[in-house]
Design a protein around this ligand. Sequence first.
Ligand code: SF4
Length: 324
Amino acid sequence: MSNVLLKVENLKKYFPLRTGMFSRKSGDVKAVDDISFDVYEGETLGIVGESGCGKSTTGRVIMRLHEPTDGKVTFKGVELTALSEKEMRLARRDIQMVFQDPYASLNPRHTVGKILEEPLIVHGIGTQEERKSKVHEYLEIVGLSAYHAKRYPHQFSGGQRQRIGIARALMTNPKLIIADEPVSALDVSIQAQVLNLMQKLQKDLKLTYIFIAHDLGVVRHISDRVGVMYLGRIVELAESEMLYEAPLHPYSQALLSAVPIPDPIYEREQVILNGDIPSPSNPPAGCAFHTRCPFVMDVCKQQVPSFLQAKPGHSVACHLYSGK
Ligand code: SF4
């Protein structure tokens, strides 16, 4: 396997919960609760889970758009979590984000040329002439044209706006792109075009992706490995094929049982989960999934399962596999 580009160790992000007239802190919402994983150079690591599982917060904490509560993030051997604000701004040249809603993330009053030039100005890259030529080059790289630089975001379709969002993320020649639900706001036919573009760019520009999504079908299409999150924790992490063909964690099994299989001969039994996701401000003791798990045992209600390797390339946090 290639080199580790990004290392996340015991990362936590708790948001204080405030109540009453004086906004006293009454607890924490544990959006990300002690997660660790590596991202290898050139791979796509998918992160999936239901809404509110902490996957988007994970991306934002890696970028330090939210400050972590605890834990360590190391990128190319540099500990991002120890950098000053100024040093972190410089580091963001190498790590960029693509957001779900390209319209909301593009300034409607600026031309596309200005939007794409901005990261170059922020990082002091190139002369005015060089910046203009790079804007034109990257518009073409993402399947648009140089003349689009003069237009405004509202003059584009959703798919084109996401291409602009991707171009903006690429302007500083980053190594890692964190894409947070980059196609979920798009029509299905457009989703495939944007995913194909992302795959082509990854190959051409030697990019590494963290691809965050709730749609398991989309994540499978693009990911080499996939991590499944539940209530702020990674419960399973495996190579994409292993996870989709033989998921180990009961939560992954339930999520995958709802994904249609494009083979009419093969049927998968659908696992229906009981109840709603518990609140991350008051997660169940022991295994956080125990209130919904069809295989719950006594130990599950008391002990948090460790995240262990069940077989090479496949780790899971579940007492069914920990030999307890
Ligand atoms: Fe289910 Fe227990 Fe495994 Fe949690 S640890 S997923 S409750 S079997």
